[in-house]
Design a protein around this ligand. Structure first.
Ligand code: SAM
Length: 226
């Protein structure tokens, strides 16, 4: 899969030079490029912002550099994503769907965001990562790309995708590793006995308990469907 990320702050994407994403890039299963929007500005001072029509606090990103940056990578099969607090809230299933695309282009907003006409021209999907406002689209883009990359074949093992939070509508069960006793707290007995049926039953019950406590809204979704 090819992903082009357009940003005024390319250095923000250093985390993608580490760990799983870095390995996927080296293996060639993720062709991830970070593109500096500022290199497309025609302004001799490299200015990339402008005041919004109608007034109001803050500046907007200039249309021309963003437009030219998108055009430089846009293909017939590209899907443009604009992370924005005004978008639909991102979730597990959206990550899975995005992972099926051949080419994704992310526009990282900054200041007060981008000109609405860019969203229309490129039919950009607006995606929010939650009901709060961050200073820029770099962190949201990283969160969305990281989450969808896990569903791109070859990035992580198939096993890691099963029985994780949201995969079956519930949160994941609690997990434990060595030592068996830590700070006076023991690992649940059932996990030590090696009875796989019992372990599965225990884990499902714990999953339900955790979901009920932390995300009762997920259980409501399951009940409504039935
Ligand atoms: C300061 S924000 C702009 C906020 C915008 N004026 C508003 O009130 O909705 C700058 C950029 O950060 C990104 N951003 C901020 N919060 C976000 C969120 N919750 N989800 C996705 N992107 C977000 C967007 O790309 C946005 O253009």
């Amino acid at each position: 899969m090819k992903i082009d990320i357009l940003t005024l702050f390319p250095e923000s994407f250093k985390p993608f030079e580490e760990s799983i994403i870095s390995r996927a890039r080296k293996k060639g299963v993720l062709d991830l490029n970070i593109i500096d929007i500022r290199s497309f500005t025609l302004d001799k001072h490299k200015k990339c912002d402008d005041a919004p029509f109608g007034g109001g606090a803050g500046m907007l990103m200039q249309v021309q550099p963003v437009y030219d940056a998108v055009k430089s990578v846009l293909k017939k099969n590209s899907k443009v994503v604009y992370p924005s607090p005004s978008g639909r809230v991102f979730n597990y299933n959206m990550a899975k769907e995005l992972a099926k695309e051949k080419h994704l282009i992310f526009i990282c907003g900054h200041y007060e965001g981008i000109d609405e006409r860019l969203i229309d021209i490129f039919n950009a999907q607006e995606i929010s990562i939650g009901d709060y406002v961050l200073t820029g689209g770099e962190i949201p883009t990283m969160a969305i790309v990281d989450a969808l990359a896990r569903f791109v074949p070859g990035v992580i093992s198939e096993d890691s995708l099963s029985e994780e939070s949201f995969s079956d509508g519930l949160l994941e069960y609690p997990q434990y590793t060595r030592p068996q006793v830590f700070e006076g707290r023991s690992v649940p007995e059932v996990l030590l006995r090696g009875n796989h049926q019992e372990i599965a039953k225990f884990r499902h019950a714990e999953s339900l308990k955790k979901t009920k406590k932390n995300r009762p809204d997920l259980l409501k979704g399951v009940q409504d469907e039935n």
